[in-house]
Design a protein around this ligand. Structure first.
Ligand SMILES: C[S@@+](CC[C@H](N)C(=O)[O-])C[C@H]1O[C@@H](n2cnc3c(N)ncnc32)[C@H](O)[C@@H]1O
Length: 333
């Protein structure tokens, strides 16, 4: 397409481009071109250019610039989005606004196959939510986190990309050869990186679909030989098979924040000597760590010394409520 350009000697190109930019006449939609010793700088308004370049205007074919197009640039405001693999997740109450954002996301340069809007809170024992599919058709994706790949279906399993930093913090504590039990493992975002660090991990979940993905993810990330995936109630791990996994764990992950306290007896039964417990909880800001600490001490009873090594606020969960993690060491008395 032919557009007005300022033609100047190549060595003056950057100086002239800056002056044209200062004058507000640079044409950002077309590419600057070089031909021999001359540089051609597209301008939007031939009449508005500084007088010093008035006799330098030529008409010339210029390629259109391939500019990244963000959803915000299309919408004129910054939408709140979350990315999960090639799925974009919205949390919009206003259906019209949700549809507008979904259309902008699909028209943008974001690599995205599906746009979903949250249609319910996380619900039930399996901690899954319902979704409105606004664009695309699949709820399955492959999400990458700290170098690992997780296949999952957001409509069938729990997964929160917001917990990536927290998971990484815990994973980094793992030493090769440890025996880990991930009691509420989901699709494996703790279990798999822990196995990749050399731990032998028993990963349990009540959700059979999550466990099917966890097995696939263990293969996908080359750690299937160090992950034992168990579909079922974690309470059954204690008594499973030849005495089960009682007294075996060097490390326990308890990421079921609303009801982990109900599983502390199981955790104590699984704990071996000198076991570290990562206990997730949701509590009021006035005393975010007290209830968890007291519940762990009560479950440990006389069997274990309980030392709280870390008290961590993971994120704000609701007004005045925090999602917290206690890293606790259990040592036999
Ligand atoms: C909050 S999700 C955490 C999943 C995973 N750790 C993550 O970070 O993505 C809790 C998981 O616990 C599982 N769950 C709930 N009750 C359970 C039980 N009694 N035994 C084993 N798993 C259970 C749910 O199916 C769900 O996948």
């Amino acid at each position: 397409m032919s557009v007005p350009c300022v033609a100047v000697a190549r060595e003056r190109g950057e100086t002239v481009r800056e002056r044209l930019a200062d004058a507000g006449v640079l044409d950002g939609d077309h590419e600057i071109a070089v031909d021999g010793d001359t540089i051609y700088i597209p301008v939007v308004d031939a009449d508005g250019i500084p007088p010093a370049f008035a006799d330098r205007i030529v008409e010339r074919d210029a390629a259109e610039r391939d500019r990244p197009q963000t959803p915000a640039a299309i919408l004129g405001y910054e939408p709140s989005l979350e990315r999960l693999g090639d799925i974009v997740i919205l949390d919009e109450d206003d259906g019209e606004r949700a549809s507008e954002i979904a259309a902008a996301v699909m028209d943008s340069d974001l690599p995205c196959e599906t746009v979903l809007n949250r249609a319910s809170p996380i619900e039930g024992e399996l901690r899954v939510r319902r979704w409105d599919v606004l664009a695309g058709d699949g709820t399955e994706t492959i999400h990458r986190e700290y170098g690992h790949e997780f296949a999952l279906d957001v409509a069938e399993v729990y997964f929160s990309p917001r917990l990536a930093t927290e998971r990484h913090r815990v994973v980094e504590q793992v030493d090769p050869g440890e025996a880990v039990v991930d009691m509420f493992a989901g699709v494996g975002p703790y279990a798999i990186p822990m196995a990749a660090r050399g731990a032998d991990v028993v990963a349990c979940d009540l959700n059979e679909t999550a466990i099917a993905y966890l097995r696939e993810n263990a293969e996908r990330n080359g750690v299937a030989d160090r992950v034992t995936a168990v579909a079922g109630d974690v309470r059954d791990l204690v008594e499973r098979g030849d005495g089960g996994y009682a007294d075996t764990a060097d490390r326990l992950v308890m990421n079921l924040p609303h009801s982990a306290d109900e599983f502390l007896d199981t955790a104590v039964a699984l704990a071996g000597d000198d076991c570290v417990l990562h206990y997730y909880d949701i509590q009021h800001e006035d005393d975010p760590f007290g209830p968890g600490t007291r519940a762990i001490r009560a479950a440990a009873g006389d069997a274990y010394e309980v030392a709280v090594e870390t008290e961590r606020v993971v994120r704000s969960y609701a007004p005045h409520e925090y999602n917290v993690c206690l890293d606790v060491r259990l040592t036999p008395r």
